[in-house]
Ligand binder design. Structure first.
Ligand SMILES: C[S@@+](CC[C@H](N)C(=O)[O-])C[C@H]1O[C@@H](n2cnc3c(N)ncnc32)[C@H](O)[C@@H]1O
Length: 229
């Protein structure tokens, strides 16, 4: 989860990237995703949107990646769903490397990224294309029972959380749908927040239900080509 500012990139005209105002909204939002990975996520969301089913994200934070999913959803005439309890992951808590004091609600003394997320969506003009599911990912997944075209796993980075996100949401991924996993670091020395997402990526491939489509930075895109998880 590199927090360093990413280089300014733009999508070459005619190559199907997000419109400039959407890319600008992505870059303006707090978050951890570099632009090259954002463009790969957007391309996956556009492709998945052709299935005519919702696009689902685990890990909203302040809406940086949600902006891209929402725009792809708008283009496809579907809805983006984004799940977060908005209290932050382990590594985002006070005293940890990825903590941002601006995300703390001074009244309750805990992180609350929901207001920043709502501002991000409002500024991008995308509020009508997103349903925010505020809660713990496994708890929301347990009551969810309809298919989705894309599952983007970018929630908690412990083995417990990353596996629960995969086990909770991958069963809802339609045939031909895309499983996108962030922060996949095969080399231990490259990892920033642990290798749990890498282990989930290996688990998905080992299941025989997924085939790798692309790799961009730490972002992996897998397609559902079989049943199960
Ligand atoms: C790495 S951030 C997401 C970054 C975001 N996708 C972006 O690109 O800016 C991870 C988020 O997952 C959320 N999270 C962690 N564990 C969770 C869980 N079990 N249920 C719901 N949300 C969780 C945290 O609150 C945090 O906002």
């Amino acid at each position: 989860m590199p927090a360093a500012p990413s280089p300014k990139l733009s999508t070459p005209a005619g190559q199907g990237g997000p419109p400039p105002e959407i890319l600008a909204a992505f870059e303006a939002a707090k978050g951890f995703m570099p632009v090259d990975e954002g463009l790969a996520l957007y391309a996956a969301a556009v492709e998945a949107g052709r299935l005519g089913l919702p696009l689902l994200e685990v890990g909203t934070y302040c809406g940086r990646s949600t902006v891209l999913l929402a725009d792809a959803a708008r283009e496809a005439g579907v809805t983006a769903l984004t799940v977060d309890h908005h209290r932050g992951s382990e590594e985002q808590q006070p005293g940890w490397d990825y903590h941002d004091p601006e995300t703390v609600d001074p009244e309750v003394g805990l992180m609350d990224t929901l207001p920043a997320f709502r501002r991000t969506l409002h500024r991008a003009g995308l509020e009508d294309h997103v349903i925010a599911l505020v809660g713990r990912s496994p708890q929301v997944a347990k009551v969810w029972n309809s298919p989705v075209a894309l599952v983007f796993v970018d929630g908690g980075h412990t083995d417990e959380h990353a596996n629960a996100d995969y086990a909770g949401w991958a069963p809802h991924l339609a045939p031909g749908g895309l499983l996108v996993i962030h922060d996949v670091f095969p080399e231990p020395e490259d990892e920033f927040t642990g290798q749990a997402p890498y282990r989930v990526y290996l688990r998905a491939l080992a299941s025989g239900a997924f085939t790798e489509v692309s790799a961009t930075g730490s972002l992996r895109v897998l397609k559902r080509t079989g049943d199960g998880i």
